[in-house]
Design a protein around this ligand. Structure first.
Ligand code: F6P
Ligand code: MG
Length: 453
């Protein structure tokens, strides 16, 4: 039996909390229990609300959910084996098969545990178990325990949201008269605004306020040197050649955005998507979100609709106008929202073609897929201990349904595609450069071009 932590055919081992002192170890030891404790507190704080809505049944559900979550926190902290899911939700079997696969790989059931198994797997599993604990307790099954934090982070970023909406409105009012160079400049800026929007996730801060307080446009110049890999020119040329091809073939250009966090980051993604369709660079944008509450701040269908509603309802002329425009993009089918269950499973994306062939085939219809955020990056490169100079294409291990680009601020110790010596230099100045969310990448790959490897 092959040990799970060996390099197999050039593929390095998965990051895991079994490496004492590693970022994965500290996450599982400290950050995940903190998040779980906050989840428990939130449910408890809402006890009266559950009572008002559902009477005694609501109180019972609150107690039982807290019981299940406390049990899980104990399993985590004492490194107990990962156990199968017991709810009857559609994806439960798939999760349980994944567990069996890992048990076989280890040849020992006991060793599939919170600290010994791949970090990516156990961290995803924790969010799925939170969902299970609620689901098993109607009438509060549908309660999004992260909703308060997501809502708050949207309101705390209001000034920045108004600034970015005003900026977009300024571009849109003159969009027909812009030269190709001017269009590129706007595209480049909005891509960077969307990139830095990823700083505002609530998982790295374990639920603490992490909203955008400064002007997202003014700060771009000073942030530029912190982009370690910047393939924005290639992303632009991919869009331009898709446009040329679409004109000659009388087809359309489609961009997919695999979303990450709600709050300010989602607004930056919507602004970028608006610019893509208003400028004619794309004709359709498909958004991909999560079907269950995930990693504290990730976008669900409710968050997506709510954000557009709030933007429309804002007491700010530009913001409200932009919000109505977004609503009509959705109504006209120019924009669409999708939430395939694969996005809330623990798989590396190289498994997608085999394990979610329908989603893979769907993404093949895109001219460009933008993957937002840290967790998507970890899944793209399999959350493995890659050498930093390994090409992005190699680390994707065959995943490449369409030309793709990761827009990610670094919050986990995995990064590929760097120049020789670049990582060493960063480490010597800032040992935590991979996890402090100060640095970022705009990293592109296309199997057609293979130019990045
Ligand atoms: O906890 C793991 C992690 O990937 C972090 O490294 C990061 O804090 C968080 O999850 C999610 O980040 P993002 O919202 O950018 O995917
Ligand atoms: Mg997230």
């Amino acid at each position: 039996m092959m040990a799970a932590d060996q390099t197999v055919h050039g593929v390095p081992p998965s990051l895991s909390a079994k490496v004492v002192g590693s970022f994965a170890y500290l996450t599982v030891r400290d950050r995940l229990p903190t998040i779980l404790t906050k989840v428990i507190d939130t449910i408890h704080r809402n006890k009266n609300k559950f009572f008002e809505e559902y009477g005694e049944e609501g109180i019972q559900a609150e107690k039982q959910t807290i019981g299940l979550l406390s049990k899980m926190r104990n399993e985590l902290q004492t490194d107990k084996p990962v156990i199968p899911l017991t709810d009857s939700l559609q994806d439960a079997e798939c999760w349980n098969q994944y567990l069996q696969k890992h048990q076989k790989l280890h040849g020992d059931q006991e060793s599939v545990s919170w600290f010994k198994s791949p970090w990516l797997y156990v961290e995803c599993y924790m969010y799925r178990r939170i969902h299970e604990a609620l689901w098993l307790n109607p009438p509060i099954s549908d309660y999004d325990v992260f909703n308060e934090g997501k809502t708050q982070s949207f309101f705390e970023s209001q000034q920045a949201v108004m600034t970015i909406c005003t900026h977009l409105e300024g571009i849109n009012s003159n969009i027909e008269n812009l030269s190709k160079n001017q269009l590129f400049e706007h595209f480049d800026k909005l891509l960077q605004v969307s990139l830095w929007g990823n700083k505002c996730d609530l998982s790295i801060s374990a639920g603490q306020d992490n909203s955008q307080k400064t002007s997202p446009i003014d700060s771009l110049v000073s942030l530029q040197p912190l982009i370690l890999v910047n393939d924005s020119n290639t992303v632009w040329s991919t869009l331009i050649s898709a446009q040329t091809h679409a004109r000659s073939e009388k087809t359309t250009v489609r961009v997919d955005i695999v979303l990450d966090n709600a709050g300010f980051e989602l607004v930056t993604d919507l602004v970028l998507a608006d610019f893509l369709v208003s400028s004619g660079l794309a004709h359709e944008v498909h958004f991909h979100g999560k079907s269950i509450p995930w990693f504290v701040s990730d976008v669900t269908a409710h968050d997506f609709q709510w954000t557009i509603q709030q933007t429309m309802a804002a007491n700010h002329k530009c913001m409200s106008k932009i919000g109505y425009q977004w609503k009509s993009h959705l109504k006209d089918g120019v924009w669409s929202y999708h939430d395939h269950p694969f996005w809330t499973q623990p798989h590396e994306f190289c498994d997608m073609a085999a394990d979610a062939p329908d989603l893979y085939a769907n993404l093949q219809g895109a001219d460009l897929v933008l993957f937002k955020g840290d967790l998507n990056y970890r899944k793209l490169v399999g959350d493995r201990d890659w050498d930093h100079t390994v090409g992005f294409g190699t680390a994707l291990q065959g995943f490449g349904p369409a030309p793709l680009c990761s827009l990610r601020t670094l919050k986990a110790n995995v990064q590929v595609g760097l120049q020789p010596g670049q990582a060493e230099k960063l480490t010597s100045h800032e040992p935590d450069w991979m996890t402090c969310s100060k640095y970022a990448v705009i990293q592109f790959y296309s199997s057609k071009a293979e130019q990045k490897d």
